[in-house]
Design a protein around this ligand. Structure first.
Ligand code: BYC
Length: 312
């Protein structure tokens, strides 16, 4: 096939909602966009284990500890499916991880904020996993097969994560005044960073237009952010908590909540590496890679030994 025929065939598949699979011809920019987005998504899952992992030993009881442990393990699994999905596009996993460690690759801004109290763990489940689901349910229909299929399983688990966070906050909100105040404080600190997870405004989003044309993204950043606000405000009301935005108001005409402008300066500062925990997060990942070297070396040596035995 000529280049033009390949392109026609590819565009035809996208138009007919036929998934693009690893061995199919695809434009190089489509491949690079997917490698960028999926690897950054994988990094977010793995770095996302850090703020919560920090609370496993301090969970208030055995049940909460078991649930948190399971959630953090799920995030590790999500990272692994997603790194595998990038490998189906020809990316080298080692290189992908090095790009995170050198600061070349991004990961979600949200994980550069600290989890200061136990209520933050509830708020992360409710808001951070809630925002993640809003974005990821749409990605179950993304045009690249391995990414779409990974997202189906990930969304099922994220849904449990969101519920456990909400249930944990519900308990605090029905507890002592101090516990409720702790929940409110967590909401105050996590609300705006959660809205930032959806990325820059559509006018500032460099990749959205092309990614939507290729059906990698199904909705724009602002559309998903609005859906998240609309779904989350009633949940806050049930908890009896106040969303920290004095301009938050139901707009009858639009059929959506209006809300204040995000502090974009803060967002870009965090994305550029100047958030409260950026340096700490990367240092933790680099340390984990160095300390795990002997495991990878042992596994490789064992695999080599087995292969030699087999061929003998
Ligand atoms: N943080 O053109 P745009 C989770 C970057 S983890 C940092 O709109 P795009 C979980 C963007 O990369 C949730 N950077 O980009 C885990 C681009 O820079 P580059 C993670 C951001 O890709 C543990 C530039 O800004 N979810 O679920 O079209 C516990 C311009 O943006 C951010 C995913 O990764 C940000 N928030 O749209 C709990 C979902 N936003 O790459 C939960 C998959 C934007 O040109 N990813 N940037 O250097 C996506 O859906 C899209 O990549 C985004 C951004 C909507 C995030």
């Amino acid at each position: 096939m000529t280049q033009a025929e390949h392109e026609r065939h590819f565009n035809d598949k996208i138009a007919k909602e036929i998934k693009i699979e690893p061995n199919d011809w695809m434009p190089d920019e489509y491949r690079q966009t997917l490698i960028r987005q999926i690897s950054q998504h994988a990094h977010s899952e793995v770095v996302g284990m850090l703020p919560e992992g920090n609370w496993i030993t301090r969970a208030p009881n055995l049940r909460r500890k078991a649930v948190l442990l399971a959630k953090v393990q799920d995030e590790a699994g999500h990272g692994l499916y997603l790194y595998s999905a990038t490998e189906t596009l020809g990316a080298d996993r080692e290189q992908t991880i090095d790009d995170l460690h050198t600061g070349k690759a991004k990961y979600s801004s949200i994980f550069n904020y600290p989890a200061l109290t136990w209520a933050d763990i509830g708020a992360i489940g409710w808001l951070v996993d809630g925002a993640a689901i809003m974005n990821q349910v749409a990605l179950c229909r993304t045009s690249y097969g391995p990414y779409a299929r990974a997202m189906v399983k990930i969304c099922k688990e994220e849904s449990f994560h969101q519920r456990q966070g909400y249930e944990s906050l519900m308990k605090l909100c029905n507890g002592t005044p101090q516990q409720k105040a702790m929940a409110q404080d967590a909401l105050n600190r996590f609300w705006w960073p959660a809205l930032m997870m959806f990325g820059p405004n559509d006018a500032e989003s460099t990749h959205s237009e092309q990614s939507i044309a290729w059906k990698i993204k199904r909705f724009t950043n602002d559309e998903l952010r609005q859906s998240f606000v609309d779904a989350t405000v009633p949940q806050a009301e049930i908890l009896g908590l106040t969303i920290p935005d004095e301009n938050l108001k139901w707009n009858e005409e639009r059929g959506h909540y209006d809300f204040s402008e995000i502090n974009w300066d803060e967002f870009w500062q965090v994305v550029k590496g100047n958030g409260p925990c950026n340096k700490e997060r990367l240092a933790a990942r680099i340390k984990a890679k160095e300390e795990g070297l002997w495991v990878r070396e042992a596994a490789n040596a064992f695999a080599k030994k087995r292969a030699m035995k087999k061929s003998a």
